[in-house]
Design a protein around this ligand. Structure first.
Ligand SMILES: Cc1ncc(COP(=O)(O)O)c(C=O)c1O
Length: 453
């Protein structure tokens, strides 16, 4: 019989897969270490189990205890598998930037999930770092994993992932490229590969909004580098102990948009359905194309599975809202087609201001065209209307024709983006589009900006 004694034994020995299409312009052989075949669908299974094993050996966790971690989901999944097999309770503390799917998956494997705000300082008591630490002091027989500073994280990759890559490439690897979050993956693999061959180069992929690149290049921890970003799993606003800057040759930053687009391309062009940090890693590798020669063997590691991002990077609506879809929009009809399900909300000129305010609130819109006998005779917008109401509350009972602004311009369905943008300004927040047969739509400043972005 050939079987594993439990699910943890199936971790590792992930495949190395040649990329053929997206990397056509790269002279080197590019191989992807695809970590989705781990039972928790990510590379993090490796370090999660190693951290629990080491904690047991050191006596930090006793039978029946509670494991607590601040995790973006993948480490939580690995910890959940380890806790199920080894008999511990698991609490995962996440920030609210993480995808809904990741949270649901953690709950599915028995973890308790606590969600904290993203946009607070790491030292803020509401941050997920702080909440995880606090729970560990409050709950008896509990252990705070701390994947950022727990060096068993790096050790797992030094002991497993590094040797696998070395063996699979028959020692021919010249470059290793990977997204950096806690730093465990790049530091462990990088250390092993450099010990085997000091000429191997390690390139870390970073995000705009993270401190790594600047710190690596200047030694300065610059708080101005920190701002919210969308890419998941990589980049940090802290310097985790697991980032061993000495094994990293350079950091390359990738935009949220480029990472998201590449995540989709990997699925569609290579048939490799992986997560957002994989898209970032490959986009970064392409940005670094001039560093590779024909003789080089470049390994890029893909951390996790695409299924965790179906509501985000793989969702057209989500991509569109962020201006990430390259749709080649040319005219008014193209923009209007993106909002097919939206109907034009209007008010009659005799209706009261209070009606317009109620409609704006319930429909979550900022402007309403005003009609009379089927013609557009004016419009109201929230900012000017609210100003008038603040100055004189009785405006609420005034008919709209007394307070409305001059009618919005009406353009045809073929109006170009340039024509539309020439009409939209501070006074005119939108244009009406005549689609024919008495059918009208609206294009707002916001619609235009997201079409142009
Ligand atoms: C999806 C994903 N990508 C990349 C990373 C970064 O890996 P590391 O923390 O080992 O640097 C993580 C880690 O949290 C991750 O979950």
């Amino acid at each position: 019989m050939e079987y594993f004694n439990n699910i943890l034994e199936t971790i590792g020995n992930t495949p190395l897969v040649k990329l053929n299409k997206i990397t056509k312009g790269i002279k080197a052989t590019v191989l992807a270490k695809v970590e989705t075949t781990n039972p928790g669908n990510s590379v993090k299974d490796r370090m999660a189990v190693k951290m629990v094993d080491d904690a047991e050996k050191k006596g930090w966790i006793k039978p029946g205890g509670t494991v607590i971690e601040g995790t973006s989901g993948n480490t939580g999944m690995g910890l959940a598998l380890a806790c199920i097999v080894k008999g511990y309770k698991l609490i995962c503390v996440l920030n609210d930037k993480q995808s809904r799917e990741k949270m649901d998956i953690l709950r599915a494997v028995g973890a308790e999930v606590i969600v904290c705000p993203t946009n607070v300082e790491p030292t803020d008591p509401r941050s997920y770092y702080s909440v995880a630490r606090r729970l560990a002091t409050e709950i008896p027989n509990s252990w705070y994993v701390n994947q950022y500073d727990n060096l068993s994280n790096t050790a797992a990759h030094y002991e497993q992932t590094g040797p696998e890559i070395w063996k699979q490439t028959d020692g021919k690897i010249t470059h290793f490229v990977v997204g950096v979050g806690t730093g465990g993956t790049i530091s462990g693999i990088g250390k092993y590969l450099k010990e085997k061959n000091p000429a191997v180069k390690c390139f870390g992929i970073d995000t705009y909004g993270s401190v790594f690149k600047k710190y690596h290049e200047t030694g300065i921890f610059d708080e101005n580098e920190i701002y919210p970003y969308i890419t998941e799993g990589i980049g940090e606003d802290i310097l985790p102990k697991n980032v061993d800057f000495s094994v990293i040759d350079l950091f390359e930053k990738v935009t949220d948009k480029d990472a998201a687009i590449m995540t989709r391309r990997l699925a569609r062009e290579e048939g490799i359905f992986v997560g957002n940090s994989a898209g970032a890693a490959l986009a970064g590798l392409l940005q670094l194309a001039d560093k590779f020669t024909e003789k080089d063997v470049v390994v890029v590691l893909f951390h996790d599975h695409g299924s965790r991002y179906v509501g985000k990077m793989f969702n057209d609506e989500w991509m569109r809202e962020r201006g990430f879809l390259q749709e080649g929009l040319k005219n008014a009809l193209d923009i209007v087609s993106r909002y097919k399900n939206r109907t034009l909300v209007t008010c009659g000129s005799e209706e009261l201001v209070s009606h317009a305010v109620a409609k704006m609130k319930s429909q979550n819109i900022s402007q309403i065209p005003i009609t009379k006998n089927g013609d557009f005779v004016g419009f109201v917008d929230d900012s000017r209307l609210y100003q008038q109401i603040i100055e004189n509350a009785s405006v609420m009972d005034t008919p709209l024709h007394k307070v409305m602004n001059e009618a919005l311009p009406i353009l045809g369905a073929n109006a170009s983006l340039e024509e539309i943008s020439s009409k939209i300004n501070r006074q005119t927040p939108a244009v009406i589009i005549n689609l024919g047969e008495n059918n009208y739509h609206i294009i707002t400043r916001h619609d235009l900006v997201s079409a142009l972005a």
